[in-house]
Design a protein around this ligand. Structure first.
Ligand SMILES: Cc1cc2nc3c(=O)[nH]c(=O)nc-3n(C[C@H](O)[C@H](O)[C@H](O)COP(=O)(O)OP(=O)(O)OC[C@H]3O[C@@H](n4cnc5c(N)ncnc54)[C@H](O)[C@@H]3O)c2cc1C
Length: 461
């Protein structure tokens, strides 16, 4: 388990199935004995009980991590317990690529079932939309392969519907030809440059990225207690550029700013890049992600950093605190890709321009600091909402993969999509084993009716 809050959960039993038959047996057994259970993919969820079952059965899919490239090279079958490094190592060796995560040890399962932002997303969309088939063991123990033609409803639901429908034992992803290497600039900027960096980030998002969909990047801003320093460590990536002496046009403006020691440009394999980024997100900390989505707005970006600085004053003395704000620019092209193969349930089809998925990645060391961090970040998000509403740029969407337990992810998908998800969930799981209040009740559930934030925190943490 990557997060300490999840690692503290003690299951009564841990099973590591290696086949669909074993999963069928496990599901039938836990349901017959009314035993609570959780499914673990890469184990990167942050709230307790998401993929580890308190005094129950944790179904760890780690042994189901096979990666098999189809003979026509057009698709790759990936086990439901694989992590992205398994996938990239295999496809790179064959001159192929898939849409997946940006950190090597993150699970294919959780990331894909929640969406999946990749360095390749500008051109190719999110990971969930590049799945052409899911192999799944349904709540009644039946093993089946779901495609758009075999079961359009469940196929739609699985592209963002999370762990509500069964245990996905394999994903079949589309592949595309790619040399396997990416241009990357690691640029450590000083905090005093923040206003200019925000201008550049906005210009990139609204003017540059739409013209160059091979750019894939995210923009972190944060306080790093180990150095007692505010830093802006950008990672700029281009998936179709190999000249390390000349940045791609879309990133040129960033190169007008001086950077600190440790900055570099390289042309490297995606597996190495995901391993590097993994170094900056080590396991064992207590971490909270929380997120909002808004139409690209320089004003709101700036307000968010102002509000972040206010919040920081309340937590700065907490031992080991690393509170970071990350802006993920999402190109409008991504939303067009979401329409293919019958669309997905994320509810982003009304978006016609670039949006920002803003995430906090807030890490600390000690349990006794949990409450203060929850309180401060709750207030931070209330304030962000007020400012975003004033500017009229907020979108209801809440990106599941970066959401916190008190966020109503599925309402953010829109009323109609939520109703359809609930209907599909009920049809595959009439007894509610995979629903809120059921045996696999952790993580985000389509049938959960969200109560007060305080109530959610008590329930979920
Ligand atoms: C360091 C770090 C880097 C990240 N980078 C990215 C990124 O680049 N892009 C992005 O979009 N997101 C990213 N994320 C977010 C990530 O996508 C989510 O946290 C995701 O849920 C992690 O999946 P997992 O399988 O590792 O986690 P888990 O905790 O194992 O799973 C999360 C949930 O999905 C369920 N689940 C997992 N596998 C299956 C399966 N096969 N069948 C049924 N249910 C399953 C689990 O039961 C659990 O409820 C990152 C997160 C971290 C911590």
């Amino acid at each position: 388990m990557w997060d300490a809050k999840q690692a503290e959960i003690i299951p009564a039993c841990r099973v590591e199935p290696a086949s669909a038959e074993e999963i069928t047996f496990i599901l039938k057994t836990v349901i017959e004995h009314q035993c609570n259970f959780a499914i673990k993919g890469g184990g990167h969820a942050r709230h307790a009980g998401s993929s580890n079952a308190d005094n129950g059965v944790t179904i760890d899919l780690a042994k189901m991590n096979q990666v098999e490239i189809a003979s026509d090279r057009k698709t790759v079958k990936v086990g439901g317990g694989a992590v992205w490094l398994d996938v990239y190592t295999a496809v790179e060796a064959e001159g192929l690529m898939v849409i997946g995560g940006r950190v090597g040890d993150v699970g294919v399962g959780g990331l894909t079932l929640g969406g999946g932002i990749s360095f390749f997303s500008g051109r190719h969309g999110w990971a969930c939309d590049s799945v052409i088939a899911f192999e799944i063991v349904l709540p009644d123990g039946t093993f089946t392969k779901i495609t758009q033609s075999s079961n359009p409803d469940l196929f739609w639901a699985l592209r963002g519907g999370s762990n509500n429908f069964g245990v996905v034992i394999a994903f079949h992803f589309e592949t595309f030809e790619h040399p396997g290497k990416l241009w990357r600039a690691t640029r450590l900027h000083k905090w005093e440059d923040v206003p200019e960096l925000l201008d550049m980030q906005y210009d990139f998002q609204v003017n540059q990225q739409p013209k160059d969909l091979d750019t894939g990047t995210f923009f972190p801003y944060g306080y790093y207690a180990a150095y007692d320093m505010m830093l802006v460590p950008f990672t700029l990536v281009h998936t179709a550029h190999d000249d390390i002496d000349n940045p791609p046009e879309a990133f040129k403006k960033f190169f007008t700013k001086d950077v600190m020691d440790g900055s570099k440009v390289d042309y490297n394999s995606l597996s190495n890049i995901t391993l590097d980024i993994q170094q900056s997100s080590p396991p064992g900390l207590r971490v909270m992600y929380k997120t909002v989505t808004y139409r690209a707005s320089r004003e709101l970006d700036g307000k968010i950093l102002d509000l972040y600085l206010e919040a920081l004053e309340h937590v700065k003395k907490i031992p080991g605190i690393i509170p970071v704000v990350v802006f993920h620019p999402v190109a409008a092209e991504v939303f067009k890709k979401m329409q293919k193969n019958g669309g997905n349930p994320l509810g982003l089809d009304d978006v016609d321009g670039p949006v920002t998925v803003m995430q906090i990645a807030w890490a600390w060391t000690n349990k006794e600091d949990d409450e203060l961090n929850y309180k401060v970040t709750k207030r931070l998000f209330e304030n962000i909402k007020v400012e975003g509403d004033k500017l009229g740029v907020m979108h209801r969407y809440i990106y599941q993969n970066y959401a916190w337990a008190d966020q109503d992810v599925f309402s953010g998908y829109g009323e109609e999509n939520l109703a359809r998800l609930r209907k599909i969930q009920k049809s595959v799981d009439p007894n509610g084993a995979f629903a809120a209040g059921g045996l696999n009740g952790g993580y985000f559930k389509v049938n959960k009716v969200m109560g007060s934030v305080e109530g959610m925190l008590r329930d979920e943490l």
